[in-house]
Design a protein around this ligand. Structure first.
Ligand code: NAD
Length: 365
């Protein structure tokens, strides 16, 4: 199946439009601009699953109180090298930068810091946070779960037990783009099912599993019957996403629950005690390391040399090339900054519909 046509929207137009939607829906102008900036940042990186496709759902969450505008961090515990933070269900685009900046400040002082964040609203593309740390010259590792967001079957299981639990490792590279490894531990991120349900890139074989164990690529396995721009709700589907990499990916997903769900003091993706589904929120356990405390010169030189050595591996398919983590995103960013962001027509229609309900007219461009 070929991709359906897209609407290309200039970055600046999209930024103003999305910021206006959030401001009208109840955030401050500044917070609306910040949410728009981070969502568009995911589109620029090529991760449309975490971009403006999320706008209708975020507005819905804001309106029903699942996510709260204007929140700041609550510091639950703190030392020179760690902090436990509660995001109070604020927007992840507001809570995320505050948590990351605290990790950066502590790691610069002490050489390392561990930041345990719980109860954050959807924190988006995790690579964004590793890039923020890398811009400050730091290596960072992030383990994430989604409390109340059970979607993924474990290896050899069919019932949902994990969320899509991304993990991310970032490292700065002086004078060039950072190394950023950032992926969901499900075969695909949930947002990619969202994109596919809007007529975007089809899912790879075996991305989903039905309750009887049959593998599926049909988004309806996750969302139930799909009609037009209706809000996709995984509570309506009987199937599950599958963990990537057999027992290994499933094991990482499991450990993300332990680190981001249990150690942060948040919740795992599964039912909370009493069997009820928890309130949807991201937990994130992050480790920040300052190469300045480890031998910065050696790190920068050997990491760069090694990256180039890896890239020099002969490609398995002629006329292709070996890429290193972060490279696809940096390239897509350069193209989309220049040409605008291609949005699937279904995605664009759902955003326009959300805007219209708020009394905001379609931007001209
Ligand atoms: P993906 O499968 O596209 O993998 C992306 C990673 O693989 C990047 O590090 C990229 O640089 C690298 N990569 C891609 N192609 C490559 C190639 N040809 N050679 C070498 N490296 C390559 O990512 P995904 O699993 O679809 O995740 C998408 C996004 O979803 C991530 O940014 C993740 O943080 C986000 N996510 C967020 C949540 C949340 O709860 N906030 C949950 C799940 C996923």
């Amino acid at each position: 199946m070929a991709d359906l046509p897209t609407q290309s929207v200039p970055v600046a137009t999209l930024q103003d439009f999305i910021a206006a939607i959030f401001a009208k829906a109840g955030t401050s102008q500044e917070e609306g601009e910040r949410i728009a900036h981070h969502l568009i940042g995911a589109n620029l990186a090529g991760h449309d699953s975490h971009g403006v496709i999320r706008v209708p759902r975020y507005v819905f969450w804001l309106q029903n109180g699942s996510v709260v505008a204007g929140r700041t961090l609550e510091v639950v515990k703190e030392s020179a090298t760690h902090a436990v933070l509660d995001g109070g269900y604020g927007f992840g685009q507001t809570i995320g930068p505050l948590a990351v900046d605290m990790g950066i400040a502590k790691a610069r002082e002490a050489g390392m810091a561990v930041i345990a964040l719980r109860n954050s609203g959807h924190i988006g593309r995790i690579g964004d946070w590793a890039e923020r740390a890398a811009r400050a010259g730091l290596v960072s590792l992030h383990f994430v779960n989604v409390a109340g967001g059970e979607l993924v079957a474990p290896f050899n299981g069919v019932d949902r037990r994990f969320s899509t639990n991304p993990m991310c490792i970032g490292a700065p590279q002086p004078g060039t783009d950072p190394l950023i490894l950032d992926f969901a531990t499900s075969t695909v991120a949930e947002g990619k099912v969202l994109v596919a349900s809007n007529g975007g890139k089809p899912l790879p074989p075996g991305a989903l599993i039905d309750p009887d164990g049959t593998l599926s690529t049909n988004p309806e396995s996750l969302y139930g019957p799909i009609a037009g721009t209706s809000l996709r709700d995984s509570a309506n589907g009987a199937g599950a996403l599958r963990a990537f990499g057999d027992h290994k990916g499933s094991g990482i997903a499991f450990m993300c629950e332990i680190l981001a769900g249990c150690l942060t003091g948040g919740a795992t993706s599964g039912p909370i005690p009493g069997g009820r589904r928890g309130r949807i929120a991201n937990g994130m356990l992050s480790i920040y390391l300052d190469p300045g405390h480890f031998g910065a010169q050696h790190f920068a030189e050997t990491a760069r040399e090694y990256a180039l050595y890896v890239k020099a591996s002969r490609p398995a398919v002629p006329d292709t090339e070996v890429l290193i983590p972060g490279e696809p995103e940096a390239r897509t960013r350069a193209t989309r900054q220049r040409d605008g962001i291609p949005l699937q027509l279904g995605t664009w229609a759902a955003i326009l519909e959300t805007a219209e309900k708020l009394g905001i007219s379609t931007p001209a461009f």
